[in-house]
Design a protein around this ligand. Structure first.
Ligand SMILES: *[C@@H]1O[C@H](CO)[C@@H](O)[C@H](O)[C@H]1NC(C)=O
Ligand SMILES: *[C@@H]1O[C@H](CO)[C@@H](O)[C@H](O)[C@H]1NC(C)=O
Ligand SMILES: *[C@@H]1O[C@H](CO)[C@@H](O)[C@H](O)[C@H]1NC(C)=O
Ligand SMILES: *[C@@H]1O[C@H](CO)[C@@H](O)[C@H](O)[C@H]1NC(C)=O
Ligand SMILES: *[C@@H]1O[C@H](CO)[C@@H](O)[C@H](O)[C@H]1NC(C)=O
Length: 486
């Protein structure tokens, strides 16, 4: 499951070698931390601790309210982030919310190339395991490590820390080691009311970042992967009997921020389509595309699903990437009635043009149709974004994923997900959505049956105009061990 299906084997091999060398270099000084065994007394494995927690607290599954900030404008933040507390005493971290990957990681004190400043109007903080009384290392023979890597890593010896390395679709990467510590989040206790509560999760302590993650001006403290796999925070909290595996987001592209909740959504009602089972990402089945109410004539094989095909829903990606077989007829139809428009390329990937009127009056609505007669509407103001003055660019990217093996993937990011409530029901294996005002509130139900409203948040987000695009799809996790480094 962690083997990269989307990248060619040789790419993967090169990545492993590079990552081993780099992590070996930067983590050289971690060994002392690891052998000091500050928590040597804690021999119990992860599942034992979790079942202990369940017994102690009883099975009262909570609804959780995550505070969001950021926006999906490619020329602005281009990402949504949430605030979480980690450690004891807890410190606040701002992490990008990403339904396209499976791990939570934050920049750590040993970090070699971590951002210290962000233009997003947030203060960045490095996580220090030694400064948290509840932090403990995760060793390679512990359950979390062996189940994440589906078996014990070769060369694993007691006392060796479990390392990780993730490479994202835009080539940026993070590497470090796993730690276990308290996470603090807001449990919903009334209408628009919350109380802080603790959980304990394993997450990545990032020691080395590269690409956008190391240098972007839109820097965050890390990434909160909301994927289905057992390593994600929601899966860990669910395994500890704290939450249901259902979450939803309403990303507000108008005011910024929005709603992010864990728990069953009672209202609004959404129309759902089944998830494709056993995939690395949230995959659904697209059946057709129409423009201004008229169906595009597309070959049916563009909608096939599989390891390198299918439609992926990913909040960690800013735009929408379409295979050429959809992109070309789609653009042709959208531009068909506007022969006066002259496209020019900006930054080699955006098709842009000058336009002075309201784009919603001048361009057609695009609808994607999915299995189960569910459709997703994308307005011109969603798929077009303004850059300087009267210039607009298309957010559709032609076959845009850099790797040859993923050029047939349909990847739907914030461009099409914003201004809708999107519900991921992992338990029932469905994804549903409905157009929604993301500055308002939704109603969620906790296990006691109580129904409460969860409102929108808008963590500060300074604006700076620069085309920056994030792409977390295709994240891969690489197994690493100290012993393989020395
Ligand atoms: C994930 O967790 C579930 C339930 O805790 C377990 O049954 C399953 O085997 C785990 N999967 C992997 C790949 O470890
Ligand atoms: C979280 O746990 C720590 C240590 O167990 C405790 O001191 C703190 O009060 C807890 N916080 C909350 C909000 O429960
Ligand atoms: C969110 O913050 C931005 C920038 O501070 C502000 O313009 C906007 O009105 C805020 N939105 C809401 C819903 O409060
Ligand atoms: C999940 O499916 C079960 C059984 O079909 C159903 O009773 C339940 O209401 C569903 N949950 C949600 C949140 O739709
Ligand atoms: C969205 O909801 C907010 C908060 O309830 C409200 O102030 C705003 O007018 C609504 N926007 C629209 C377009 O209805």
């Amino acid at each position: 499951m962690w083997v990269v299906m989307d990248l060619k084997k040789w790419v993967w091999a090169v990545l492993v070698v590079l990552a081993v060398a780099e992590v070996g270099r930067v983590l050289g000084n971690v060994v002392s931390f690891e052998v000091q065994h500050k928590f040597a007394g804690r021999g119990r494995n992860l599942s034992a601790m979790m079942s202990h927690d369940v017994r102690r607290r009883g099975r009262l599954l909570s609804a959780i309210d995550l505070q969001l900030g950021g926006n999906g404008h490619p020329s602005d933040a281009g990402l949504y982030f949430a605030k979480i507390g980690l450690g004891n005493p807890p410190k606040d971290y701002y992490v990008q919310v990403d339904t396209g990957s499976d791990l939570l990681w934050v920049n750590c004190v040993e970090c070699v190339k971590c951002p210290t400043k962000s233009d997003l109007g947030i203060e960045l903080t490095l996580y220090d395991p030694k400064a948290s009384s509840t932090s403990s290392p995760v060793n390679c023979d512990q359950d979390f490590c062996t189940s994440t890597y589906e078996g014990q890593l070769p060369g694993c010896k007691p006392g060796l820390q479990c390392q990780y390395s993730v490479v994202y679709g835009d080539g940026s990467a993070t590497a470090g080691y796993f730690v276990k510590d308290d996470i603090q989040f807001s449990r919903v206790t009334g209408n628009l009311q919350t109380k802080l509560t603790n959980g304990s999760v394993v997450f990545g302590c990032g020691a080395k970042q590269s690409g956008e993650l190391g240098s972007s001006s839109e820097a965050v403290d890390g990434i909160l992967g909301f994927g289905e796999s057992n390593s994600s925070v929601i899966s860990q909290l669910a395994a500890a009997g704290k939450v249901k595996k259902i979450f939803s987001h309403c990303l507000d592209n108008v005011n910024g921020g929005g709603i992010f909740a864990i728990g069953e959504v009672v209202s609004p009602k959404v129309n759902s389509t089944p998830m494709v089972p056993n995939q690395q990402h949230y995959n659904v089945v697209m059946k057709g595309v129409d423009v201004g109410g008229e169906a595009l004539d597309l070959p049916t094989d563009v909608f096939e699903t599989g390891d390198r095909k299918g439609t992926i829903i990913d909040s960690g990606t800013t735009l929408a990437y379409l295979p050429e077989a959809i992109y070309v007829p789609l653009m042709k139809r959208i531009l068909g009635e506007r022969p006066e428009i002259k496209l020019h390329m900006v930054e080699e990937q955006f098709a842009c043009f000058k336009y002075n009127d309201n784009v919603d009056d001048g361009f057609p609505i695009v609808r994607f149709h999915f299995e189960g007669s569910v459709s997703l509407t994308v307005h011109p103001h969603d798929y077009l974004f303004p850059i300087d003055g009267n210039a607009w660019c298309f957010g559709w990217i032609n076959g845009g994923l850099q790797t040859k093996d993923s050029k047939d993937v349909i990847l739907l990011g914030d461009l099409v997900l914003s201004n809708k409530l999107v519900v991921y029901d992992i338990e029932n294996q469905t994804i549903g959505w409905t157009e929604y005002n993301c500055s308002s509130s939704i109603k969620v139900k906790d296990e006691s049956g109580a129904v409460y409203s969860v409102g929108a948040h808008n963590l500060s987000s300074a604006s700076n105009l620069k085309v920056g695009v994030l792409l977390t799809f295709l994240s891969i996790l690489i197994a690493l061990l100290h012993s393989s480094v020395h």
